[in-house]
Write a protein that binds this ligand. Structure first.
Ligand code: FAD
Length: 484
């Protein structure tokens, strides 16, 4: 068969099985490792097939946020009250529209247990909260707001709680032994102790089905040779998103073309296409996580304007929400406007800050330099200042702590095109991680989790949702596959 084909292979075409196990897991990232652990604990003989030379995937490079709540021991230790109901309400409001309610209910109801499961597996969390604006904590703190829970439009209506749980970094800073690695390493060690076997440099091409349409194995490619691996009980697809498949990005989420981010190039959408070739349903293929590449320490102290010089969002919200707003609703064009005092204050935070692209003595001069239509930025700044004198932001409800009238000099930062991200859509699965056929029935023998599935995010995003639902539903995929 050609390497490009994802058409299922009929069992009758397999003359010899090169390997034979109970459960095959395709991909050794976060969804794969958690599936492997649970399948092995359920008594299955488990083999993980990984395309690259080692375990980890995008997960081991990640900052490590895991979105958890409902009153985890870490939240309590850091002095925060959270409830399962508040977590559900927030996730349904912030990750939609059209979230999978059953998935979010299961995820929130199981969240404290999932935290304890991770801790028991050896994932370390430091009992310290990081309250500064930013994408991640500056050091090895374990808890942070990671979805805009404490900002408009949510803070006033849903009691806020931080839910971004971070494994304690091995060397107090991101990079080597960062949060994602400190999540993956103990999980892989747990899997190894349970007898999970792993084979590297093997690329899963597609699945094998029997006459009843049940998935009974996979076909893979290793060093130019095609091999067949029998899975007596089930197959788990855990091969990541389609961020690096240009054709799929073009077809489903064209705004992301040429700007993949927070993904690895093995995320080629193959798991999704394998499922589609079997008749699997997909969901939310047009949704994406989007990062905007500038400092939240600056954004929160300034105003963000579009190409018409108008504000469009509360600048103190989750920066990923800002990224989505820029890419999807402002044609990827935005500018950050800030005065000298605000820049100085942000400098005190110690965060690395970019230099402004324009610095002027007035908003009028700045809008000319920036090429904005005359009067647009001036009127935006005038209105902002008028309300900021009284400490309010009646347009977007930025927290009064961050609202201050502009002084001079005033600077502009060019954020046009400064976004990247990864798709959130994928195979439609149920709460037991069974892959669903377009008819709504589960496809026998086939399970999936992680970014090759449509998880708890349908449109919106919160940092930690990928490692969160990848690990949570990865576990369920492992349990289901072992059950057979
Ligand atoms: P992965 O963890 O990438 O695992 C998929 C594995 O499948 C890979 O090892 C890949 O090589 C393998 N594979 C692919 N194709 C095949 C094939 N054909 N055969 C065999 N194996 C195959 N998310 C968060 O929730 N919180 C964060 O803080 C966060 N920060 C991030 C920071 C960075 C720098 C990056 C890169 C990502 C970050 N993410 C974060 C995103 C998150 O890491 C991924 O979305 C998540 O790891 C997806 O889980 P997964 O199991 O689906 O994929």
């Amino acid at each position: 068969m050609s390497d490009d084909s994802v058409r299922p292979v009929s069992e009758s075409e397999i003359s010899t099985w090169d390997l034979s196990v109970d459960v095959v897991v395709a991909g050794y990232g976060i969804a794969g490792v958690t599936a492997a652990v649970e399948a092995a604990r359920a008594g299955a003989d488990v083999l993980v097939l990984e395309r690259s030379g080692g375990w980890g995937g995008a997960a081991s490079m990640a900052g490590g946020f895991i979105y958890l709540g409902g009153g985890t021991p870490l939240q309590k230790a850091c002095g925060f009250d959270d409830t399962v109901e508040n977590m559900k309400t927030f996730m349904k409001a912030a990750l939609g529209p059209a979230v999978d309610d059953a998935k979010i209910d299961a995820y929130c109801e199981g969240s404290v247990d999932h935290y304890n499961w991770l801790v028991e597996a050896g994932v370390p969390f430091k009992e310290e909260f990081w309250g500064e604006p930013g994408w991640e904590p500056a050091h090895d703190e374990g808890l942070m707001y990671s979805g805009g829970e404490n900002a408009a439009p949510f803070a006033g209506v849903i009691p806020p709680a931080p839910r971004g749980h971070l494994p304690k970094m091995g060397n107090k800073k991101t990079g080597e032994r960062g949060g994602g690695y400190m999540l993956m390493k103990p999980l892989v060690e747990t899997a190894e102790k349970l007898g999970v076997k792993a084979e590297y440099d093997i690329r899963v091409l597609t699945v094998v089905v029997n006459d009843d349409g049940r998935v009974v194995g996979v076909v893979a490619r290793r060093y130019g040779r095609t091999i067949a691996i029998r899975a007596h009980r089930g197959v788990v697809l855990a091969m990541g998103s389609f961020a690096f498949d240009e054709e799929m990005v073009r077809d489903y989420v064209p705004a992301l073309l040429g700007r993949p981010g927070s993904a690895v190039d093995a995320h080629d959408g193959r798991a999704i296409r394998i499922g589609q070739a079997l008749g699997a349903a997909t969901a939310h293929m047009d949704a994406a996580e989007v990062a905007v590449h500038t400092s939240p320490q600056l954004m929160i102290r300034g105003i963000l304007v579009n190409a018409h010089g108008q504000r469009f969002i509360a600048e103190d919200t989750y920066p990923g929400r800002i990224g989505q707003a820029i890419l999807f609703h402002q044609k990827n064009e935005a500018f950050l406007i800030l005065d000298h005092d605000a820049y100085d204050e942000a400098l005190q935070s110690g965060s690395p800050l970019p230099q402004p692209d324009w610095v002027c003595e007035s908003a009028g001069e700045l809008e000319q330099e920036m090429g904005l239509p005359t009067g647009t930025l001036t009127s935006t700044v005038d209105v902002y200042n008028m309300h900021a004198e009284g400490g309010s932001d009646p347009l977007f409800f930025k927290n009064e702590k961050w609202v201050r009238p502009f002084g001079t000099p005033i600077a502009g930062f060019d954020l046009r095109g400064m976004t990247s991200g990864f798709p959130l859509g994928g195979l439609k699965t149920d709460t037991d991680s069974r892959v669903l056929h377009v008819s709504g029935e589960p496809i026998a023998g086939l399970f999936a989790a992680g970014r090759c599935t449509a998880g708890v995010c349908a449109g919106g995003y919160a940092s930690g949702a990928s490692l969160g639902d990848g690990s949570f539903f990865g576990r369920r995929a492992g349990v289901g596959a072992a059950r057979g």
